[in-house]
Write a protein that binds this ligand. Structure first.
Ligand code: SAM
Length: 400
């Protein structure tokens, strides 16, 4: 996601969601920050993603026109084109299975999946007739958007079957690829800081209808275990986010995959960089109309909230759950490895599409802030084409 800084912050009016949150605090006491973020984003009736980007919104929050943020697929179809090359190789390594599953988790408007299908058709990808697409989407509003975007593709290959979550998928039933772009950064996170007497967690409470923060004992021992599993000792005063949902999610991914590859694209860092001094205040951010805010308590339910992804945690938990880490790179090197330069060669170099594609490569922007983690299970691979160029050594995902 990209946008400009705006921390002025407008106090949230007493919206139905704020009334619901303050009533809940009155009934049950302070909420962990993770529970607050879960309500702000995923409250069934008023959460940001459940209403399709805020209750007052009529258009998608993703993209330029009236949106809150851009994502790589909303900027350019080039990511889809490169991914099709990677899928071809995975299909080959799997020995061209009778059904090739492509699961996209958190597909937003469905743009990436549509562009992948389009590219498969243009390139006559050999797996297209065997392709079974499974979009996994929690929000009914986004599910409807995806169904509209993919309306013309429902009869293609083995068809498209939506599910609400990975729980609905039978264990070890998938052969193919599980893909996500900017899913994990949208999971609710716990906020913690190292106090003089040990780890503390941030809670949200309310006073006179205004939300307030309070630091107290961690709500679960899983927070300290998360850090010790990564060999991290936070210095006193260091504040950060812990994404326990991501840990649960990668275990589910490992459970449903029989044979294939997991491709996770998102902005984030290795543990070493996540807990580096320059991130001593954490990575939590809000996005509204392409402006960035560090105040999560403004426009509650009307702004997106997000935290950077800890890729070492995904790799480490994945290993414990049966996924082998294939490799880790950044978006720039991933796209270069998959031949982005050949793909754009025939295009008008002055055109908007080429400028948008170049944006994904920017060394001081998306090209380096976005990372790509590839993990595999049930196949023997030492590397994959998308990992040919890597700005990191193999041990980079090792614990801090
Ligand atoms: C930031 S958007 C990214 C959309 C899209 N992948 C893109 O790059 O444009 C996050 C998406 O993940 C969905 N989502 C969030 N949590 C989810 C979950 N636990 N299971 C499935 N989808 C989820 C949201 O509803 C939304 O569609």
């Amino acid at each position: 996601m990209i946008g400009q800084a705006d921390n002025k912050g407008m106090e949230s009016p007493d919206s139905p969601l704020m009334q619901h949150i303050t009533a809940l605090i009155r009934e049950t006491g302070p909420l962990t920050f993770a529970r607050f973020m879960e309500l702000a984003l995923y409250d069934e009736e008023h959460g940001y993603y459940m209403t399709g980007g805020g209750s007052s919104r009529t258009t998608s929050p993703i993209g330029r026109e009236g949106g809150d943020f851009f994502t790589a697929p909303s900027l350019s179809p080039i990511l889809a084109k490169c991914l099709v090359r990677q899928l071809e190789e995975i299909d080959e390594r799997l020995g061209h299975p009778p059904v090739f599953h492509l699961v996209e988790m958190g597909p937003g408007d469905g743009t990436l999946l549509r562009d992948i299908l389009q590219e498969c058709r243009e390139q006559q990808a050999s797996f297209l007739p065997r392709l079974a697409c499974i979009p996994v989407e929690r929000s009914p509003v986004f599910r409807r958007r995806q169904q509209e975007t993919l309306a013309g593709w429902k009869e293609q290959g083995e068809g498209i079957q939506w599910v609400d979550d990975l729980q609905s998928i039978v264990d070890a039933s998938l052969t193919g690829t599980l893909l996500s772009n900017e899913l994990v950064d949208a999971f609710p996170v716990h906020r913690v800081r190292m106090g003089q007497d040990g780890l503390q967690e941030l809670y949200v409470t309310s006073r006179d209808h205004a939300l307030q923060e309070r630091w107290a004992e961690p709500s679960t021992p899983e927070l300290a275990s998360f850090l010790s599993d990564l060999d991290v000792e936070l210095p006193v005063g260091f504040t950060t986010e812990i994404n326990l949902e991501a840990v649960k999610w990668i275990k589910q991914v490992a459970r449903v995959l029989d044979r294939g590859v997991v491709i996770t694209i998102d902005y984030g860092h290795t543990a070493q960089d996540y807990f580096a001094p320059e991130r001593k205040n954490g990575t939590l951010m809000g996005y509204h109309r392409h402006t960035v805010s560090t105040n999560p308590y403004t426009r509650v339910g009307e702004q997106d909230l997000t935290a950077h992804v800890n890729f070492s945690s995904l790799a480490h938990t994945g290993e414990q759950a049966g996924l082998t880490t294939t490799g880790f790179t950044n978006l720039q090197h991933f796209l270069m490895s998959l031949g982005i330069d050949e793909l754009v060669k025939g295009w008008d170099q002055e055109s908007a599409v080429v400028r948008a594609a170049a944006r994904l490569l920017r060394p001081h922007g998306m090209g380096t802030t976005f990372k790509v983690l590839m993990q595999h299970k049930g196949i023997v691979v030492s590397t994959l084409r998308g990992l040919r160029h890597r700005p990191f050594f193999d041990a980079v995902l090792a614990t801090a």
